[in-house]
Design a protein around this ligand. Structure first.
Ligand code: MN3
Length: 227
């Protein structure tokens, strides 16, 4: 069984960029529902006890859309919480270098990220990723995620579903993205993801499921990413 991972900060920690009310609904209602449905569907599919990353990839392979959508949304949201912090600084080191190489400057990256998010029609996600071609911005529709993209490794994501910003910004997605990038984007997390993509340290993994065959001490163990 997958657990709903707790937020890595208090509900009001991201104010005024993101209100406590938004985080409460988003985490306690939306994310929780995806995790619960993923659990039910993974069990039906005979995949309970497997890591969420494996479940999502297997669901894609089997064309099990319900399991894929709910599993991917469970994963994307857990990743998204890590992509925000009340202590947002500035990118530095290898991350700053990768951003400058790909976009020219941090401001140019922010413009590209916000523009891709604004141009994305309907629900989905806007990502900063790294691949063989360096850093780039991509968007994915609905629940679709990076786990099923070969050779692409996620550094940062922002949720473009209206439930992510409607309470705070109504229909102002451009305003939300600008405030998000300037106010709460977690560059330290993105830097750790970039290091993991380059074989240094651990990248993000969804907390391992608690299943009958696992001993309690193993529940939190995270295998190293292969990227
Ligand atoms: Mn969401």
């Amino acid at each position: 069984m997958f657990e709903l991972p707790p937020l890595p900060y208090d509900y009001d920690a991201l104010e005024p960029t993101m209100s406590a009310e938004t985080l409460q609904f988003h985490h306690d209602k939306h994310h929780k529902a995806y995790v619960e449905k993923a659990n039910t569907l993974a069990q039906k599919a005979g995949l309970d006890g497997r890591a969420l990353e494996e479940v999502v990839r297997e669901a894609k392979k089997r064309d099990d859309k319900k399991l894929f959508n709910n599993g991917a949304q469970a994963w994307n949201h857990a990743f998204f919480w890590q992509c925000m912090t009340p202590d947002a600084g500035q990118p530095s080191g290898a991350l700053a270098q990768a951003i400058n190489q790909a976009f020219g400057s941090l401001d140019a990256f922010k413009d590209a990220f916000a523009e891709a998010g604004v141009d994305h029609f309907g629900s989905g996600w806007v990502w900063l990723v790294t691949s063989g071609e360096g850093a780039k911005v991509i968007t994915t529709h609905d629940a679709d995620d990076i786990l099923v993209r070969e050779g692409v490794y996620p550094l940062l994501v922002c949720d473009l579903w209206e439930h992510a910003y409607y309470l705070d910004y109504q229909n102002d997605r451009p305003g939300f993205l600008k405030r998000w990038l300037d106010g709460v984007a977690n560059w330290d997390f993105a830097a750790r993801q970039l290091a993991a993509a380059n074989g240094q340290g651990d990248g993000f993994r969804y907390p391992a499921p608690s299943a009958g065959e696992r001993r309690p001490g193993e529940a939190g163990e995270q295998p190293r990413p292969s990227a």
